[in-house]
Design a protein. Structure first.
Ligand code: NAX
Length: 328
């Protein structure tokens, strides 16, 4: 039998945690033949709620779930961690400035990065879901100098999936007809969903759509502001769809992208496409053998360039702000 993979989930008692843990335990994260051990990290006040979720996980009798540990100590929760899902974060309170938000999250992601550095397994892969995801990933990465930098990623897969769904609806196709869509930049309202290289059943998606006004005034803002629309409708932020995207992100990273397709991941820039090296920005990537590569050689038109640049500018401002706080 295989050694279980240690999957650490932070914010395990939160709403995304509740939607995520059962899917991890059932084998959807890594595959139906991979046993997992869950390591849950919560703040002390939420440990009891996490224990309640763990009771329900027990009650599912998942054959692949080889154990559950709960802790409020990052050094314990990341011990031997192979996959880290960093979901818990400090939400923006009313009237909170961006600097305060970044500082509060620095207080979470810096010690977690240090704990990963000190205790995680050699092959650790990190996905940051908690917002501001890209910059939180940068903070954790900076605190983990002994872990290869490319192991720190941020989630833009929910944006990617939202864009797939909107494009399918507009063109009367199905999501499985669509490939090569890209989310560029920050997981924020400045993100840029790019369909100029996407294919719909073998045709260029932008040509199929043939409606730049829809692209600029409908598609892009709908995808970028979908999180707010969900809150408005549901009275709570996206949870099951966010958990689903986290599953997709890690599953693709570990098991690879399909032939002739790619996905979107927030990853440390190597300078490709004029994105300053080091910031964690979303790119089109292919995955194989447990690692990813940026898709190279795409032509970026003026429409796309302006939007990528705007989102990247926001990321460099966030980076400068956390640099000012001594976090990176
Ligand atoms: P909840 O408030 O329901 O849960 C967050 C949990 O994190 C709480 O149980 C809290 O006790 C815990 N927590 C706080 N600080 C912690 C720490 N230092 N260590 C361990 N646990 C800690 O939020 P939820 O709806 O689950 O959302 C979690 C995060 O995901 C938020 O930051 C949210 O903004 C972000 N999202 C990111 C998305 C993305 O696409 N990247 C989309 C969905 C979501 O909005």
């Amino acid at each position: 039998t295989r050694t279980p993979v240690n999957v650490t989930v932070t914010g395990a008692a939160g709403q995304i945690g509740y939607a995520l843990l059962f899917r991890v335990a059932s084998g959807q994260l890594l595959g139906a033949d991979v046993p997992v051990r869950l390591r849950l990290l919560e703040i002390p006040q939420a440990v009891q709620a996490a224990e309640g979720t763990a009771m329900e996980l027990d009650d599912c009798a998942f054959p692949l779930l080889s154990g559950i540990d709960i802790s409020d100590d990052a050094n314990v929760a990341f011990d031997g961690c192979n996959i880290a899902l960093l979901v818990g974060a400090r939400p923006r309170a009313k009237g909170m400035e961006r600097g305060d938000l970044l500082e509060a999250n620095g207080g979470i992601f810096k010690p977690q990065g240090q704990a990963i550095n000190g205790h995680a397994a050699e092959d650790v892969k990190v996905l940051v879901v908690g917002n501001p995801a890209n910059t939180n990933a940068l903070i954790a990465q900076a605190a983990a100098p002994d872990v290869p930098g490319e192991r720190f990623t941020a989630m833009t897969r929910l944006d990617h999936n939202r864009a797939l769904s909107q494009l399918a609806r507009k063109t009367g196709s199905t999501v499985s007809d669509i490939s090569r869509l890209t989310i560029w930049g920050n997981h924020s309202a400045t993100q840029y969903p790019d369909i100029f290289h996407a294919r719909i059943a073998g045709k260029n998606a932008a040509e199929v759509v043939n409606d730049e006004k829809w692209l600029a005034d409908d598609f892009i803002p709908t995808v970028a502001k979908r999180g707010a629309a969900i809150i408005e409708a549901r009275g709570a932020s996206s949870a099951a769809s966010a958990a689903n995207a986290a599953i997709d992100h890690v599953h693709t990273w570990v098991n690879g992208t399909p032939e002739r397709d790619w996905t979107s991941m927030g990853i440390p820039s190597d300078g490709s496409y004029g994105v300053p090296e080091g910031i964690i920005s979303s790119f089109p990537v292919t995955c194989a053998g447990g690692s990813y590569e940026i898709v190279q050689g795409l032509e970026i038109n003026d429409f796309s360039r302006a939007r990528i640049d705007a989102s990247v500018r926001e990321l460099t401002e966030e980076r400068d702000a956390v640099r000012g706080l001594g976090l990176v």
